[in-house]
Every structure is written in C-alpha cells, then in structure tokens.
Design a protein around this ligand. Structure first.
Ligand code: SF4
Length: 178
C-alpha cells in the first residue's frame, strides 16, 4: 500500500535456521528492513542471554538483518539494571561488528588485520586504539602486569610473539638481510 514498514523477526532461533529465516522474510516482504531480536540461539543459558543473543546476532547480521536488538544478561529473569544494559549493548555491538566483517569482507577485515599486526609487534597502545572497548582491555592488562612489560602474564617468559620476533630477526641476520 506504499507504507513504510520494518519487519520484526523472532527472538529464539537455532543457529542453522537463521539464514533461511532471513531469506524467507526478505522474500515475503519484498526486501523490507528486517529487525532481529538477536536471536537467542539457545534457551538453556539464563543469566548469559547477552552472549546467546550475540552469537545469533552475528549470524543474523551476516545474513542480512538490518537492525539488531540488544539482549541483557537479565533477559527472562528480571528487569535489567544499568550494568545489564551496558553489557547487552556491548555484546550486540561486537556481534554486529562480526556480522559486518562477513558482509563487507574487504573493508570489514582491515581493522582485524591491523590488530593482528599490533599483536605480533607487541604494540599494546595500538592494540588498545584498535579495540572496540579499549578501557576494559586496558583495565584487565593493568590489573595483571607482567614482569617483562612487552609481553603479558598469559605465557610470561614463554611469550610466543616475542620468541617469534627474536627468531625471525636472527634468521634475517644469518641470511644477511639485516
Ligand atoms: S605472553 Fe602469550 S598471550 Fe601474551 S602477548 Fe605473548 S604470546 Fe600473546
């Protein structure tokens, strides 16, 4: 009838049914914008529905959902508080980002490539700059600083990134390229 419309999708869908659901809705509505409530991809994790929804949301974003609804850890349990909302929005933003990486592989993966290089180079400031949530990442690292500041406490003195950098530099020196 010429009216604008937005189709609201379901909130509980197993992972392997999300693609078909979106294709069907898009076909039936003539390609109208489609809004997904995540979806929650399993019903057995109350208290963690921001995660079950983010897993579904990454998939629905990947397959063409146009709008993602955030779900909080309080879903099905209580009215969400401020912290629940923060966690829900953060998880939904990560999910949409992952979906976009697949929808737009050229542009969508540049930031990940940069992050991989920053990790290889143990460039912590660059890693924080590229992070979706730098404050949280910085706070975790700061709370457990390693003995050698360029690595982290995960592998400590066995830091593989550090070992590889040393190995490659020795290799280049031996081959006369440095
Ligand atoms: S210690 Fe391990 S986890 Fe930490 S930066 Fe090195 S390789 Fe990565």
């Amino acid at each position: 009838m010429g009216c604008q419309m937005l189709v609201e999708g379901p909130g509980h869908v197993p992972l392997d049914e999300i693609e078909g659901n979106i294709q069907l809705q898009k076909r039936m509505s003539g390609g109208a914008p489609y809004y997904m409530l995540g979806p929650i991809s399993t019903d057995v994790a109350p208290g963690f529905d921001h995660i079950t929804a983010a897993i579904g949301a990454a998939q629905s974003s990947r397959f063409g959902a146009d709008l993602i609804c955030y779900i909080t850890p309080a879903e099905h349990l209580a009215l969400p508080n401020e912290d629940d909302v923060r966690q829900g929005v953060q998880a939904a933003k990560i999910a949409a980002y992952i979906g976009d990486m697949n929808k737009y592989p050229e542009k969508g993966r540049m930031r990940d490539k940069e992050m991989s290089k920053a990790r290889r180079d143990l460039d912590w400031e660059k890693q924080f700059k590229l992070a979706l949530y730098p404050e949280e990442a910085r706070a975790i690292r700061k709370s457990r600083m390693p003995e050698h500041e360029d690595s982290c406490t995960m592998c400590g003195s066995f830091c593989a990134a550090k070992g590889a950098a040393k190995l490659f530099s020795e290799d280049l020196q031996l081959s006369g390229k440095l």
